[in-house]
Design a protein around this ligand. Structure first.
Ligand code: F3S
Length: 284
């Protein structure tokens, strides 16, 4: 019988797990009142579909949110700008804020610091998390993501600078950018707000793949963090399989792997991981 090693960090990170669990809980408790999520709760079609089956409606735009008159709105783990919370309060719409505490911490930092600092957010300006962080600054923040942008940065006001990062930003890149700020200015206040869930996830996947004869990575093909896990595992384990569900798993004829590793992208629900574990346990 093969030894199966499943990564402890496989699947949802702490913040996403909390958000998804809460959404299912609210759907189950709902006594007829509509439940909405502002944006898909997670980038996984299967999870969104299951929630929809339980009556949860995904709102895709601000316009759709503005048209809600009653019910409960779930604010997902990426967080939202402050004006969205204000809007819901003004309209008297009930909401459940499942913003990840690590993201919420950034909101609190920029909200406070922006009173007497220029704010720089290191991250992708188009990402909803960064849009949310911008929306907690009392004045316009600058978003940068390259060393060139850091070199060119000019503070808009004669105030000290506070630098924070998107939670999933690459640590090495962040450090490069910080070095530029530290060289340029004596009055920078740097808060490293990178969440280490991603780094731990990748580190554990590599460790398991190194020791495994075959490695299975479960994730949506659209998910960039799943693909990244696949690449990391493939580098150290030739027999690495990238699958979306157990149905995609086809081992070559006659294959025998004494030790099989399993990991899964951050948007893969637990029950899909369990199905794969069971299947592999049955055939090897
Ligand atoms: Fe996840 Fe929260 Fe980190 S959503 S990646 S635990 S910031």
């Amino acid at each position: 019988m093969a030894e199966i090693i499943t990564a402890k960090t496989a699947g949802f990170c702490f913040g996403v797990k909390k958000a998804v669990d809460r959404a299912f809980e609210l759907a189950a408790q709902s006594s007829g009142g509509r439940i909405y999520t502002y944006g898909p709760i997670i980038h996984n079609d299967e999870v969104v579909r299951r929630l929809e089956e339980q009556g949860v409606v995904t709102l895709h735009t601000e316009e759709e949110l503005r048209s809600v008159e009653e019910g409960t709105v779930i604010l997902r783990s990426h967080g939202v700008p402050k004006y969205i919370v204000d809007l819901l309060e003004e309209k008297g719409i009930e909401y459940v804020d499942v913003t990840c505490p690590f993201v919420k911490r950034i909101h609190n930092i920029v909200f406070e610091k922006s009173a007497d600092h220029n704010i720089v957010i290191v991250g992708n300006p188009a990402h909803p998390e960064v849009e949310g962080i911008c929306g907690w600054c009392l004045k316009k923040a600058d978003v940068i993501q390259t060393s060139e942008e850091a070199e060119e940065y000019q503070p808009p006001e004669p105030l000290p600078v506070c630098v924070v990062s998107q939670t999933t930003f690459n640590l090495n890149k962040f450090q490069e950018i910080l070095a530029i700020f530290e060289k340029k200015r004596y009055d920078v206040n740097i808060v490293n707000t990178i969440c280490n869930a991603t780094a731990q996830h990748q580190g554990e996947a590599r460790e398991i793949a190194e020791a495994a004869d075959a490695m299975i990575v479960i994730g949506d093909t659209k998910s960039s963090n799943s693909r990244k896990l696949y690449e990391i595992c493939k580098e150290v384990c030739d027999h690495t399989f990238f699958i979306q569900t157990v149905e995609d798993l086809h081992f070559p004829d006659g294959a025998a792997y004494p030790r099989i590793g399993i990991t899964a992208g951050a948007s893969t629900p637990n029950y899909i991981i369990e199905e794969v574990q069971k299947y592999v346990g049955r055939i090897f």
